[in-house]
Design a protein around this ligand. Structure first.
Ligand SMILES: NC(=O)C1=CN([C@@H]2O[C@H](COP(=O)(O)OP(=O)(O)OC[C@H]3O[C@@H](n4cnc5c(N)ncnc54)[C@H](OP(=O)(O)O)[C@@H]3O)[C@@H](O)[C@H]2O)C=CC1
Ligand SMILES: O=C(O)[C@@H]1CCC=N1
Length: 269
């Protein structure tokens, strides 16, 4: 990877990506960042040894521009940036909801745009980055995008029509697991365990279950059945989950996340 990459709007996801690229061996000289507050720019310089520049300077100096501001801030960023972006730059949007056509309408004709939905496991090189091409993005642009995001985990190409669903499952996905761990740790407290013990037990159960899901090749139903003994403890818990409509709640929750992603299509509020 010899090209220069700029991350514009280096917040949580942008910084996680920068740190991942540097961990993977990219030279700090080939990574530019932008921030809207001077103290944030200074923090990024000190933490990562990268150059913090203005959005306009980034657009001139980098071949690949990765936009990681919030969807609601994308309009302001594009107003400032669009006139400064040469049409040969690859523009990658990391924002939820906003379609590639929205960028294409604002950028010079023919500018290649790729939409990527990654997730916070970028921080531990276990991200899933879901990638879709805009109408001017070629195979070369997709390969360049995959090369960047492969440094921090897995990548998957999907048609852009699937991006809002992918955002609901994968972009937001880690939050659901953190929420479950938090709730199950509380349950441990209810059962009289010290918080630290409850936390360690649930986190290790989550890690073990995740590795089995990824590596065993077994369907999750089979894995769950193997835990569920006749007249045992697990089925007693599962009955309560079913009584409380947890499966239905998950269907509704992910549908709501998909719907919210659709609402963000125009940099929604
Ligand atoms: N968090 C997540 O799990 C995921 C987030 N995303 C997407 O990533 C994007 C960023 O999310 P996240 O990292 O959580 O948000 P953050 O608010 O942490 O990061 C956005 C950053 O952009 C900065 N910013 C805003 N406007 C400008 C501008 N005009 N010029 C320069 N910098 C600017 C903000 O500055 P300031 O610090 O001053 O607010 C902030 O630091 C969103 O579009 C989101 O949809 C995608 C996948 C997962
Ligand atoms: O909650 C959000 O809108 C962002 C996008 C996916 C994960 N976090």
């Amino acid at each position: 990877m010899t090209q220069r990459v700029a991350v514009l709007g280096t917040g949580k996801i942008g910084e996680a990506l920068v740190s991942g690229l540097l961990r993977a061996g990219k030279s700090p000289a080939d990574v530019l960042v932008t921030a809207r507050r001077p103290e944030r720019a200074q923090e990024l310089r000190e933490r990562h040894g990268v150059e913090a520049v203005t959005n306009e300077e980034a657009a001139k100096a980098a071949d690949t521009l990765i936009l990681t501001v919030k969807p609601q801030d994308m309009g302001t960023l594009l107003d400032e940036l669009a006139p400064a972006i040469p049409a040969d730059r690859l523009v990658i949007s990391g924002a939820a909801g906003v379609p590639t056509s929205w960028f294409e309408e604002r950028l010079a004709p023919g500018t290649p745009v790729v939409r990527v939905m990654t997730n916070t496991p970028v921080l531990v090189d276990e991200a899933m980055s879901v990638i879709s091409a805009g109408s001017h993005a070629t195979e070369e642009h997709l390969l360049r995008t995959e090369e960047i995001f492969r440094q921090v985990g897995k990548t998957l190409r999907v048609p852009e029509s699937q991006q809002d669903a992918a955002t609901a499952l994968s972009g937001s996905g880690p939050a659901y697991f953190f929420y479950l761990v938090e709730a199950m740790t509380d349950a441990g407290i209810l059962l009289g365990l010290p918080r630290a013990v409850a936390h360690d037990l649930i986190v290790q159960a989550a890690v073990g279950a995740s590795v089995m899901l990824r590596d065993s090749g077994e369907h999750p139903v089979k894995l769950r059945e193997a835990v569920t003994s006749p007249a045992g403890t697990t089925i007693s818990a599962i009955r309560e989950l079913e009584n409380h409509g947890v499966r239905a709640a998950l269907l509704s929750a992910l549908e709501a996340a998909r719907n919210r992603s659709q609402e963000l299509a125009s940099g929604g509020k």
